[in-house]
Design a protein around this ligand. Structure first.
Ligand code: SF4
Length: 319
């Protein structure tokens, strides 16, 4: 079949402006996107830059967007993307500094953040006699996390990173989980302190996109939630987060849905005048677009009484 690859191009040594190059390539039915890229580079244009290594879907090196969907080029069959049109668009992952063409800055995207969570075990040697073996049952959960490819697909799917690139992101926080929940590690509290800093666990909006994107079923969003739960349990939280959680729950309990205006005010703290002033520009922008909810004037949703009963049942069971 004849396929046209429309490939994102950017060359910092030329003008550095992004563009696209089109390549018409003859491929067989079983060909992958990586096969197409290798053919282009070998036979048509050796200036095209992309990354690839194992070609088996293990290493995550060839992660890119194919027709706007993030995947591994080496396992993405061309035929799956050309049912409607014989064209394939190739782009680097979103919101990441591009070095050249499809090669992006992995360090800025993921590795620097993984390094920040101290991705090594700090064994508590005082509790062992040289060996530090754990039963299989304890290791099963950690082993699942350790099967991470470091492909970055969870970070690509994350809905926080496009608005805040400094957020640690699901890949790095999943790495933090691996050590936070390892009973041999003695740096647990220090790790939780790192993970709970601004741009860490509390910035996750638990949209579950990271888990949806993970090809290994590691469930990065659930891992972040587990770290948060553990931080709460050992008394590591910050006041703003606690206020946010309390307000969120109170709003849903009272009206069956979220009062966003109230949430913004109560998260900052009703006596925190400086914090409340910071909200004014956002509120003004929302008002200009007709989207400013009036705090505390929040109509109840149908079924609100039922939701309230669920909250009350949960509160009774917790006691
Ligand atoms: S957690 Fe899943 S999606 Fe994220 S880097 Fe690891 S394998 Fe990839």
């Amino acid at each position: 079949m004849q396929i046209t690859f429309k490939v994102y191009r950017k060359d910092p040594e030329k003008d550095g402006k992004p563009g696209r190059s089109n390549y018409s390539v003859e491929l067989d039915e079983e060909a992958t996107v990586l096969d197409g890229l290798l053919k282009i580079r070998d036979e048509m244009d050796d200036t095209l830059a992309f990354r690839a290594s194992c070609a088996r879907g293990y290493c995550g090196e060839c992660t890119m967007r194919v027709n706007y969907k993030a995947c591994f080029a080496c396992t993405a069959k061309v035929s799956a993307f050309t049912k409607k049109s014989p064209e394939i668009l190739l782009d680097p992952l979103r919101n990441i500094p591009v070095i050249k063409d499809l090669v992006f800055d992995w360090d800025a995207f993921m590795w620097n953040k993984i390094t920040a969570v101290k991705p090594w075990l700090e064994p508590d040697e005082s509790s062992t006699n040289g060996e530090n073996l754990l039963p299989d049952s304890t290791m099963a959960d950690l082993r699942k996390v350790m099967s991470c490819y470091y492909c970055g697909l969870c970070d690509e799917g994350c809905t926080v990173l496009p608005v805040d690139f400094d957020f640690l992101g699901p890949a790095a926080l999943t790495k933090a989980y691996r050590f936070v929940f390892d009973p041999r590690d003695k740096a647990g509290r220090e790790r939780l302190k790192i993970a709970e800093k601004p741009k860490g666990i509390w910035d996750c909006v638990h949209c579950f996109e990271a888990s949806e994107h993970c090809p290994r079923g590691i469930a990065p969003t659930e891992r972040i939630i587990s770290i948060r739960d553990k931080a709460f349990k050992v008394g590591i939280t910050n006041e703003k987060v606690a206020r946010h959680h309390t307000s969120f729950a109170a709003s849903v309990k009272e009206s069956g849905w979220l009062d966003e205006g109230r949430l913004a005010l109560e998260s900052e703290g009703l006596t925190n005048i400086k914090g409340l002033m910071k909200l004014l520009p956002t509120a003004a922008r929302a008002m200009a677009r007709g989207k400013a909810p009036i705090p505390y004037l929040h109509p109840k949703r149908p079924g609100a009484e039922q939701i309230k009963k669920i909250f009350e049942k949960g509160e009774r069971e917790k006691k």
